[in-house]
Ligand binder design. Sequence first.
Ligand code: SF4
Ligand code: SF4
Length: 376
Amino acid sequence: MQACEQVSDRAASDNAEAEVARVMQICNACRYCEGFCAVFPAMTRRIEFAKADTHYLANLCHNCGSCLHACQYAPPHEFVLNVPQAMARLRGKTYTDYAWPACMGAAYRHAGGSLLLALLASLVLFFLVPSGNLFERVDPPGNFFALFPHGALVWLFGTVFALAALALGVGVGRFWRDVSPGAPNAAAATEATHAILTLKYLDGGHGEGCNNEDDAFSLWRRNFHHLTFYGFLLCFAATLAATFYHYVLGIHAPYALTSLPVLLGTVGGLGLVTGPAGQLWCNLRRHPLHGDTAQRPLDRGFMLLLLLTSASGLALLAWRDTAAMGVLLVVHLGAVMAFFLTLPYGKFAHGIYRSAALLKWAIEKCQASRLKLGGD
Ligand code: SF4
Ligand code: SF4
């Protein structure tokens, strides 16, 4: 009980870097978990953990939980060692500290509220600006551009996406410069890409998966992550295919159910429904000592936004020839716009920061260790 209160006290602490440095000092003397993930071999290359090192290690951690369930110093031990929780809290600080512009770090700290605000503002915007009656069947049926002109949508979404990508790129660039020991090379890029595409470190280090709600291993979290990730990529590919149809082939929407944009979007949309729904299910059952409970609004809000985006997209496809199309289109465009607006200041950022950390690790492990203490 006393140990749990100490954990809670640490939750109130702002000093997330010091806590990661503390747990890494203990782990560096123990090294039992050295084969679990990239965090521990990267740790063995250090004796001291400066701020940049702690942020790097925190973003290498995939929060699989293995090292908590294996640890002899985990609560209720007096060391109160909880690596996944310390790493998760510091990741939250990474996104805030490196946010660009700096004032937008507050949006991350209040992620639930900022996501809701972005969604409501986007829905109101699209309810107010259609160029036709939202509640009537358009002519020809399924023609979205009868309500929102194609050029205006391209300009609006293109501008917001470019600004979001710039903000995220500047933030991750600063993180990279703080922690990078060298330039990327082809071998490191290949290894990092493999780790990203296979979610290698969500296998618990033994291939049987994460500890989610208890000591049992489970691959569900990894599988649902895959469905979300590849569903997102397919939806992005559907947008690129539709752009190619429109500008290169001169074929304009609505597209046939058997066309490439619709097929890619449908399969991607199904992945983006099942993946986030499954991740939400895992999150609701998650062991309370895993991760940072203060970030639950961020995690769950992001999953719900992805669900709304994909479900409204599939509903739009199913009922695009009816009078319901206008309202469904507003909900879908509003959800996509909220996703774009919160892209650099929400959960989406974790994938980019973690990818940067994985690339740094792939570079670092090829270099000779200055300490000669680890197994590399
Ligand atoms: S988490 Fe615990 S068992 Fe694993 S290396 Fe650290 S101290 Fe050792
Ligand atoms: S929670 Fe998993 S990924 Fe994170 S440090 Fe522990 S073993 Fe590594």
